[in-house]
Design a protein around this ligand. Structure first.
Ligand code: MN
Length: 253
């Protein structure tokens, strides 16, 4: 590194840009800072690894002045059971977002057809950016034109664990290996499931499959059986219309 790059002036500029990003700077601010932003491009790009800056991709994709989605922050360890959530999301294409808590974030997959209780059915699950744990209570409408614009319903939620009882270490191993065996304890999804990563280039694609157990049921379509919010009982239409809004159902948390 040249001595010039270590100058205090540059250091200050980098710090300022970073903290602005942390506060969830609006697009306007980002545009206004364009000249200095060019200089920090490398720095920002190198920080996208999840270990260095968790939720950086999540925060970068959203304008928190426009969407009511929560800003991405990693909470302090709470030691409670791991959470899972499924959000039905009527974006440009309807899908179900399957999210599993792991190491302070929600690992996330977009499942176009949603989960199936039939063990012979494999549902495509496209891995997307990690989401904050605080996203687990988000239900509402993301404005059109914003990232993921459309209605979001809390379709299921609960806790989960590694199927082999090996705890977080087993889940980390399974995620890294692309063979994640889970036991879900939700309202609508229960029992044993697996996420298997396919060997394909590009963003990882997985398959979500129900294992054979007492909760398996090839005769039912679970996404058709349940079309209302697991939390607020609202339909997609009433969420979109803003009826029985977040204050109504968040009050009893
Ligand atoms: Mn989504």
């Amino acid at each position: 590194m040249s001595p010039a790059k270590k100058s205090p002036a540059r250091k200050r500029a980098t710090t300022r840009t970073k903290s602005a990003a942390k506060r969830g700077a609006t697009r306007k601010t980002a545009t206004a800072r364009k000249p200095s932003a060019t200089r920090t491009t490398v720095k920002k790009g190198s920080a996208t690894t999840s270990s260095a800056r968790p939720l950086a991709e999540y925060n970068r994709k959203r304008d928190f002045a426009r969407t009511k989605e929560p800003e991405g922050r990693v909470p302090k360890k709470h030691g409670k059971a791991l959470q899972f959530v499924i959000q039905k999301h009527a974006a440009s294409h309807l899908h179900y977002d399957f999210r599993l808590e792991l190491d302070g974030v929600m690992k996330s997959w977009a499942v176009p057809k949603g989960p199936s209780l039939d063990p012979s059915v494999r549902r495509l699950a496209m891995e997307v950016e990690d989401h904050p744990i605080s996203y687990n209570t988000f239900e509402g409408t993301i404005p059109e034109g914003e990232y993921g614009g459309g209605t979001v319903m809390l379709w299921d939620r609960g806790t989960y664990e590694a199927e082999d009882g090996g705890g977080v270490e087993s889940l980390r191993r399974g995620y890294a290996k692309g063979d994640l065996k889970l036991t879900l304890a939700g309202k609508r999804l229960r029992g044993s499931w697996v996420l298997v990563r396919m060997k394909r280039p590009g963003r990882p694609q997985w398959l979500l499959i129900k294992h054979r157990d007492g909760a398996a049921d090839p005769t039912r379509d679970v996404t058709e059986d349940h079309t209302t919010s697991v939390v607020s009982r609202r339909t997609m239409e009433s969420i979109a219309a803003g009826k029985g809004g977040e204050r109504a159902w968040r009050s009893n948390r």
